[in-house]
Design a protein around this ligand. Structure first.
Ligand code: ADE
Length: 255
C-alpha cells in the first residue's frame, strides 16, 4: 500500500507514521508514505497558497491552483495507478468505519488531501476528489490528524503489517463486537485476580470465554453495535438477561 498525502505539514505525517507498528511496516516495505507539500506548488515568490474568501467572512481559503498542481505532479510522477481514490478529509464526509478501512485496504495506492484554514476552494475539490471522509462529528483544525487516523486503521489491515498471531486473532474476532478484556502479569494486582479460565490452558474454554466477554462488553458499553452482530440464541438470551442493567461506559468499571 502506498499513501500519497497532499498537505501543508508533511513533517506531521512523516513523524507520526515513522513510529510504532506503522514505522516498522514502512521499514519492512509493507507500506509507503509519500507526503507532498502543497506549498511547493504555490507558484509565487512568497509561497502563498491561501487567500480571502469571496463574499467575505472569517479566515482564509486554500487556493485551487496549488492543490491542482500538486495532484497533477502526483499523478504524473509519483503514483502508478490510473484513477486513484482521492480522499478529502472533512467533517462533511461519510463517517469513517472499520468497513470503510477494509475497502480502502484493498486499494494499491490512495491519495489524501488535507485542508487547513477555512477549507479549500470548492472548484478543485469538484475536479479531483472522489471520496469525502469524516472521522467523527467534531471539527479539527486540519485534515492531517484524520488522514493519520485513516492510514493507521488501513495499514493494520495490509497483509504482513501485523504479526501473524494478532492478525489471526483479529480475523476470528467478529467485526461488530468489542474486544474482550486483557490481562498480563502479575496474576494478582491490588487484590484483583486474573480470571481463572485464562490460566487453564484449555483452548476451547478460552475461546468460549473470549466470545462471551465480547458479547457482555458490547452489551454494556456499545449496545448499538449488537444490531449488526450475529449472535447465537444463547448469546441473545445473555444479552436479554443483561438488558435493563446499568449501562457502564466508564473505563475502570466504577462510573
Ligand atoms: N477536518 C476537520 N475536522 C474533521 C473531521 N472531523 N474529520 C475529517 N476531517 C476533518
Amino acid at each position: 500500500m502506498k499513501f500519497h498525502i497532499m498537505t501543508l505539514f508533511p513533517e506531521m505525517i512523516i513523524n507520526a507514521m515513522q513510529v510504532s507498528i506503522t514505522g516498522r511496516a514502512i521499514k519492512a516495505g509493507h507500506i509507503q508514505v509519500d507526503a507532498v507539500n502543497i506549498r511547493d506548488y504555490a507558484g509565487n515568490k512568497h509561497n502563498r497558497v491561501d487567500d480571502y474568501p469571496y463574499g467575505g467572512g472569517a479566515g482564509m481559503v486554500m487556493q485551487a491552483e496549488p492543490v491542482y498542481r500538486c495532484f497533477q505532479d502526483i499523478k504524473k510522477h509519483r503514483i502508478s495507478v490510473e484513477d486513484p481514490k482521492v480522499i478529502y478529509l472533512s467533517p462533511q464526509g461519510r463517517v469513517f468505519s472499520q468497513d470503510a478501512a477494509k475497502e480502502y485496504a484493498a486499494e494499491e495506492e490512495l491519495v489524501f488531501l488535507c485542508g487547513h484554514y477555512e477549507g479549500i476552494d470548492e472548484r478543485v475539490l469538484e475536479e479531483i476528489v472522489t471520496d469525502y471522509v469524516s472521522i467523527g462529528d467534531y471539527v479539527l483544525t486540519g485534515g492531517e490528524l484524520p488522514a493519520l487516523v485513516m492510514m493507521d486503521a488501513i495499514s493494520r489491515l495490509v497483509p504482513g503489517v501485523l504479526n501473524n498471531d494478532i492478525s489471526a486473532q483479529t480475523e476470528s474476532f467478529s467485526g461488530s463486537l468489542l474486544e474482550y478484556p486483557q490481562y498480563t502479569r502479575p496474576e494478582e494486582w491490588m487484590g484483583k485476580k486474573v480470571p481463572q479460565v485464562l490460566l487453564s490452558g484449555n483452548h476451547k474454554l478460552l475461546a468460549e470465554w473470549y466470545r462471551q466477554q465480547s458479547v457482555i462488553r458490547t452489551a454494556q458499553r456499545r449496545p448499538d453495535l449488537l444490531e449488526k452482530a450475529e449472535l447465537t440464541e444463547q448469546e441473545q438470551d445473555l444479552v436479554k438477561s443483561m438488558e435493563g442493567a446499568r449501562r457502564d461506559t466508564s473505563v475502570n468499571g466504577r462510573s
